[in-house]
Design a binder for this molecule. Structure first.
Ligand SMILES: [Fe+2]
Length: 198
């Protein structure tokens, strides 16, 4: 009986595609790791495996460009987990996005793994300098500016301020969020750092 179960499970594993394998491994990780920082750090290599999958890379070449709506680009939604709440999104920035002003923002309370599957773009990170005591006010300073390409993964923890800037290439990212994107992205619309900048 035990052998049969193992064999069935092996057959299932062999027939998995990269997305199914990613979902299975992520669910296993989320079930055993409750420390959120550890959980999201441990998810990096699982996403790296997905980004390296040849079928996924090939498929990503024909994903449609994401169209900005209400100031944000509509993400593709590949999956939302009913039990753990995490979501798999795609974000494709085509020619229409090149040279568009980049929004400096954070993702509010959610964790995000941003994985580049094709093309290159710059990820700029900011340190927050004020004490967060004033609502609708923040002072920031550029802390890192990195050119990311296929296979690179950026872990964005809650309230980390950043932006992604196109460099004239079509870029495709697979984004794992701790919950589906929606109304909670916080966008800083004016140049930074300036007092009363929101
Ligand atoms: Fe972001």
């Amino acid at each position: 009986m035990e052998t049969q179960t193992a064999s069935q499970s092996q057959t299932q594993t062999q027939s998995e595609n990269a997305k199914d394998r990613f979902i299975r491994k992520t669910r296993e990780l989320f079930a055993r790791e409750n420390d959120l920082d550890k959980r999201w750090t441990a998810l990096r290599p699982i996403l790296a495996e997905l980004l390296a999958d040849p079928e996924m890379i090939e498929a990503s070449k024909s994903w449609p460009d994401c169209v900005p709506a209400n100031g944000r680009a509509e993400n593709l939604l590949f999956y939302e987990d009913k039990d753990f709440g995490f979501a798999i999104n795609g974000l494709i920035k085509g020619a229409a996005r090149h040279g568009a002003p980049a929004r400096i923002h954070d993702h509010a309370h959610i964790y995000t793994l941003y994985g580049v599957i094709d093309g290159r773009e710059k990820v700029i990170r900011y340190d927050r300098l004020d004490d967060r005591s004033k609502p609708d006010y923040a002072q920031i300073k550029e802390a890192a500016n990195v050119l990311c390409g296929a296979g690179d993964i950026d872990l964005v923890k809650p309230y980390e301020i950043h932006t992604e800037v196109t460099v004239g290439e079509r870029t495709v990212a697979v984004i794992i969020r701790s919950q589906k994107g929606g109304d909670f992205n916080q966008v800083f619309r004016k140049p930074w750092p300036t007092p009363n900048s929101l």
